[in-house]
Each structure stands twice: as C-alpha cells, then as structure tokens.
Design a protein around this ligand. Structure first.
Ligand SMILES: Cc1ncc(COP(=O)(O)O)c(C=O)c1O
Length: 382
C-alpha cells in the first residue's frame, strides 16, 4: 500500500522505534527519583528538551512535554483563559481551526468566555485585517493555526504576531502541528507566546508533543499533581516517547531541508497532474500552501467511494481530517471557504511525507484518472 495520509499520522522512523525500545529497556527510572536510574532518565529528558529547544530556537525551559497536539492546544487555551480571566474573557480564533482549538473555544464559552471565529477566504486564509478588527481591550488570546490540516493553507502568522506585539496583554497561540518540520517557525520574531507541536506528524511516536511557552509567561496548569514540567504538566514523564520524539527532531535537523524541497517538488507534480484530470477540482490554494497537503474534489461523486476505489488500487488517502472523517457531514473547514456542499462532500486529502517518491505520485495520478473516469462511481449518491 502507498501511504498518502501523512497529515493524519506518519509512519515512525525505524531509528525512532529503536530509540523508544532502548529507552524502555534502559531508561525505566523515574526522573524524579534520586538514585542512578532516576538520574539516567532525567538526563534523557534534559537532552531531549535541549534538542527540541535548539530546533525551535528557544530555551530548554520554554519546552513543555505533553501528550500531543490536542493536549498542547487545550493547555494553551485553557491555561491562558483561566489565568487571565480577570483581565478579559474574549478570544479570537478562526473558523478553520482543528477541533482541538475550535471545540476548546466552544467549551470555554460554556465557562463564560466569548469567542470570535474569524471567517476565511476561498483559499481558507484569514486576513490580518480581520484579526486587527476583532481584537478588543478584553481580548486575552489570539489563536491561529500555522497550516490548515485539511487544505494545507498557510496562515499569515508572522504578520499577525508582529502586529500583536504592540498588545502584550493579548497573547498569541499558534497550532503548529501541521507545520512543524515542514515550514520555518520563528517563535521570537513572530511574537509567538505559545505553540503546539505533535510528534506523530513528523515520524515520531504517538501520544507525545510539545507546548512551547515563552519564558516568563504564566498560565494555569491543565494537569496538577506531582509538579513535573515546571508544575505545568504533572504526571511521570513518558521518557521513551520523549526520547523517540527527540530522535525524530534530530533527523529533521539533519535531513529536513532536503526532504522539504523534495516534498515541494512532489506536491507540485501531483497538483500539475491532478489539474489535467477531467472531473477533478483542486481545493488547496495554489499559492501559500504547505508542501505536504493537497485537497481535491470529485464533484458529483462521494468522497468515501473514491477513497475506497483508491484503496483497492493500493493508495491510502483520507476524507476530511482523521478526527472527523467518520461523520457524514461536509467538512466545517471546506464549508468555511464558501465551497458548495456537493463539492465539499466529494473532497479527499492527499498528504505526503519524506518517504513518498516520484514514482508513487505518477502511479497515483494514473489511479485517480481511472477512478474519476468510472461512470459507475458517478451514480453513487452524494
Ligand atoms: C492542526 C492540528 N492540530 C492538532 C491536532 C491534534 O494532534 P494530536 O493528534 O497529537 O492530538 C492535529 C492532528 O490531526 C492537527 O492536524
């Protein structure tokens, strides 16, 4: 099978699996323990934090280990909301965020906060102007994702963050889950206070991630207890997963630039090829989209039928994002771009990784042409 669902999750690198295994065998001590095994585990933790900090261009103390993107987003949004509720209760975000931000905002509304969900244009992009108009005196947080997980659209994070610098009491959170390792993230230059990262999107282990928190920023902890992670994320540290994530980051450091260039070329070839196939409509923006995600529609056909037809031919893709693909509704993200329902219901997402090859893309294009030309599928009701 050819795996084209890397935005949902990636295959862990063999070297990552090896590191996780070794850490489970050797570094089983609790980093809080004072004996040798504890110190060894603490050392692994320290090294992993340094690796992540170096990659992100921040201090090790600004790296908090979490269980992944969902937790990092929850910790950032709720952490800010509960810490600064006395200052204001307004949050600004977009209508195309991942549910791990969107639904957190909805939940915060039930606790008395109010949210402005900013609209996006046809390419799924929020305008900096809209952010400027939405921020008020009582806005405590602006949360905007770097790369959209369904469309690949890159949001104007640098411009928003630089503009927000003049309002130090309005914090800036970026869900960087889909961009980490694919695009540069300049935390300091862009005035980012908090950023979410998830290891399984870049060939690391599942269930481990990072919340970058700017030094000096105080937030309420989501999890209280033993006081690990500077009191912000209690719970005995998941050393094997943390070590595995650090290995994946090391590989990104060494090979990331080459892989990104390769992915850009492959995605370009994929899009050029798709644009030649009758019955296929490109939903991802041609300009300003991430190197790994391509969203297309087969108007008149049902996404699920296409997905299975491609699967029968050996290609694994997805409809919407993994978290919402089991629901039989059009994607909230695609509908937010003003797309009609039929086109949104026929959308599939192809997401590449460094492991995909030109040959796979060429073969996939032939399979898409075959599937889109099959009149029997056209009869499948949307
Ligand atoms: C943009 C974005 N944010 C957050 C998440 C959630 O990350 P995790 O699966 O690590 O909880 C995802 C995963 O699909 C995502 O794409």
């Amino acid at each position: 099978m050819i795996y084209f669902d890397n935005s949902a999750t990636t295959r862990p690198y063999p070297q990552v699996i090896e590191v996780v295994k070794r850490a489970m065998e050797s570094y089983y001590g609790n980093p809080s323990s004072l004996h040798q095994k504890g110190l060894e585990a603490e050392n692994v933790l320290k090294q992993a934090r340094a690796v992540a900090a170096q990659y992100l261009g921040c201090k090790p103390s600004e790296i908090l280990f979490t269980s992944g993107g969902t937790e990092s987003n929850n910790a950032a949004l709720k952490g800010v909301a509960f810490q600064y509720r006395g200052r204001g209760k307004h949050i600004v975000t977009t209508s195309v965020e991942h549910p791990a931000v969107y639904d957190v905002c909805k939940q915060l509304e039930s606790f008395g906060f109010s949210t402005t969900f900013l609209p996006v244009d046809r390419s799924g992009r929020v305008s900096v102007e809209a952010v400027k108009q939405a921020v008020k005196d009582d806005t405590i947080l602006v949360s905007v994702m770097h790369v959209n997980n369904e469309l690949g659209t890159i949001q104007p994070i640098a411009e928003i963050g630089q503009w927000l610098k003049q309002f130090p009491k309005t914090l800036f959170h970026v869900d960087a889950v889909q961009s980490f390792g694919k695009l540069p993230i300049r935390l300091k230059e862009w005035g980012i206070d908090l950023a979410s990262i998830s290891a399984h999107k870049f060939h690391g282990p599942r269930g481990i991630g990072i919340l970058y928190k700017r030094e000096g920023l105080i937030i309420q902890p989501l999890l209280t207890g033993g006081g690990q992670e500077g009191g912000l994320r209690s719970g005995t540290e998941n050393i094997p997963a943390i070590a595995g994530m650090a290995k994946a980051i090391r590989i990104l450091t060494e090979e990331g630039a080459r892989d990104a260039a390769n992915m850009i070329a492959l995605t370009q070839r994929l899009r050029d090829g798709l644009s030649q196939i009758p019955g296929v409509a490109l939903n991802s923006p041609e300009e300003g989209s991430a190197p790994h995600i391509t969203n297309i529609s087969f108007p008149g056909m049902k996404a699920e039928v296409i997905l299975h037809a491609l699967e029968e031919r050996g290609y694994l893709v997805s409809t919407k994002s993994a978290c919402s693909s089991k629901r039989d509704e059009p994607s909230r993200v695609l509908m937010a771009t003003g797309m009609d329902k039929e086109r949104a219901l026929s959308a599939i997402r192809i997401s590449l990784s460094r492991e995909n090859t030109e040959q796979e893309v060429e073969q996939f294009l032939a399979a898409v042409a075959e599937v889109s030309g099959m009149s029997s599928f056209k009869k499948a009701k949307v």
